[in-house]
Write a protein that binds this ligand. Structure first.
Ligand code: GLY
Ligand code: MN
Ligand code: MN
Length: 431
């Protein structure tokens, strides 16, 4: 609770005068009477720890008595029998740090009282259409109040500007949670390496990953697990499907659990029969050398662009060595010839969201890394099955290696450490 309170205080100070609104994630219906699993909006969770739908946090430094206002579902025993307990107004005050709490049904009625005669509204327009409608109605109502001496906010600021800067810089508790997420993910990848063998289906490994995540207290995968066998490894965001593993194929698993609302995001690629073929090994070595070099390049003041350029150079050299590219290195890089085989970028921010918030550019320049940022390092090589320019023996090979890396004062700390990635370690883990 004190961590959430400290975040609210920091945000209130950073945002200056005004009122900020953070609505809960909408409930999404899957099909008749069945909802998609609910997950709270990361911003609201970051500021409160409240995981209930139909809620909204209002922060204000322009009200005489209240700073933290929560709108929640009131307690209702006849609904709680079906859906489980609610915090209610009592819980909002006692457990979630509210100075005052109201039923969410009173939002439209109460909002003008907090927004009237306030200059700045901090609200992320166009993210949540239902919340937009309530906020816009309130603004419209206030704009009609001029003759009564009531004014609507003149300035609407994206509430994420300050908040996402805060979320980008991970504190000690957050890093500890991310380490735990990565530790669970490590167990899941190890189990997949042990179990996968020719004749199994992709969905069986998907189930094993989920089993390990949930068994260790992870709420859910941080994203749908990618389990791509054989040529499916060359499809970047393939989902686990029905394909059966054939002897001699690679399996690419990009899977990470979410734990305590923090994501991990790890990829490993390994041979289903436990031994890399010569071609698979050659491709794997190129990706591995690039990935390790990129991790070495992570340090304060480096940029994601520099790290990506390292991957591009390293991969281009590797492709030249094995003859998949021909020509002069710098010209090949200049002409982006590597993009036929490496078509995505090397890193993204990681945190509560797998592709986490935080600006990648500041004043038009690639942003320098700072201690407390967490990023992925995930180069790959994907030789399409129909890549006619390359010899047939390379086709259908897909390799990605991805780790989660914390920037530290001294350089970096790999949160997803200890998941086999050297060739002999991988083969031993699969044996
Ligand atoms: N798993 C999604 C990604 O690696 O970005
Ligand atoms: Mn990934
Ligand atoms: Mn990733």
């Amino acid at each position: 609770m004190s961590e959430f309170a400290a975040r609210r205080k920091q945000l209130l100070e950073a945002m200056g005068d005004g009122v900020a609104l953070f609505p809960s994630a909408p409930v999404a219906l899957r099909n008749h009477d069945v909802g998609h699993p609910y997950r709270q909006d990361s911003d609201l969770y970051y500021l409160t720890g409240l995981d209930e739908p139909e809620s909204l946090l209002l922060l204000t430094n322009q009200h005489e008595e209240h700073e933290v206002v929560l709108f929640v579902r009131p307690k209702k025993p006849e609904r709680e029998i079906w859906d489980g307990p609610r915090a209610g107004l009592e819980g909002a005050l006692a457990d979630f740090g509210a100075d005052v709490a109201y039923p969410i049904d009173e939002l439209a009625e109460k909002l003008p009282g907090y927004l009237g005669n306030v200059d700045r509204l901090h609200y992320r327009i166009a993210q949540n259409r239902e919340a937009d409608a309530t906020v816009f109605d309130c603004l419209n109502h206030l704009r009609r109040g001029g003759r009564r001496g009531v004014s609507a906010p003149e300035t609407i600021v994206d509430s994420a500007v300050h908040l996402h800067e805060m979320r980008l810089r991970k504190g000690g508790d957050e890093i500890a949670t991310m380490r735990q997420a990565a530790a669970i993910t490590k167990e899941a990848h190890l189990r997949a390496m042990q179990l996968a063998s020719p004749g199994m289906h992709e969905y069986e490994i998907d189930a094993e990953l989920l089993h390990v995540f949930r068994k260790h207290g992870s709420e859910r995968p941080a994203y749908e697990s990618i389990v791509g066998s054989g040529p499916n490894a060359t499809i970047l965001h393939y989902r686990a499907g029905n394909r059966v593993f054939n002897d001699g194929e690679l399996l690419l698993i990009d899977a990470g659990c979410e734990y305590g609302y923090y994501a991990s995001d790890v990829t490993r690629t390994f041979p289903v029969n436990g031994a890399f073929s010569a071609e698979q090994r050659a491709i794997y070595e190129i990706v591995l050398q690039a990935q390790k070099g990129c991790i070495d390049a992570v340090k304060p003041r480096a940029t994601l662009e520099e790290i990506h350029q390292h991957a591009v150079r390293s991969i281009t050299e590797g492709l030249l060595d094995i003859g998949l590219l021909e020509g002069e290195r710098d010209a090949l890089i200049e002409e982006k010839k590597y993009e036929a085989f490496y078509m995505h970028r090397t890193s993204h921010w990681l945190g509560m969201d797998v592709h986490d918030v935080g600006r990648y550019f500041v004043a038009g320049e690639h942003r320098p890394l700072e201690p407390g940022f967490v990023l992925t390092v995930e180069p790959g090589l994907y030789i399409a099955t129909d890549a006619e320019s390359v010899d047939e023996r390379w086709r259908g090979i897909g390799v990605r290696i991805e780790d989660d890396v914390l920037v530290t004062e001294a350089g970096s700390d790999v949160l997803s450490h200890g998941i086999p990635k050297e060739i002999d370690e991988v083969e031993a883990a699969c044996a």
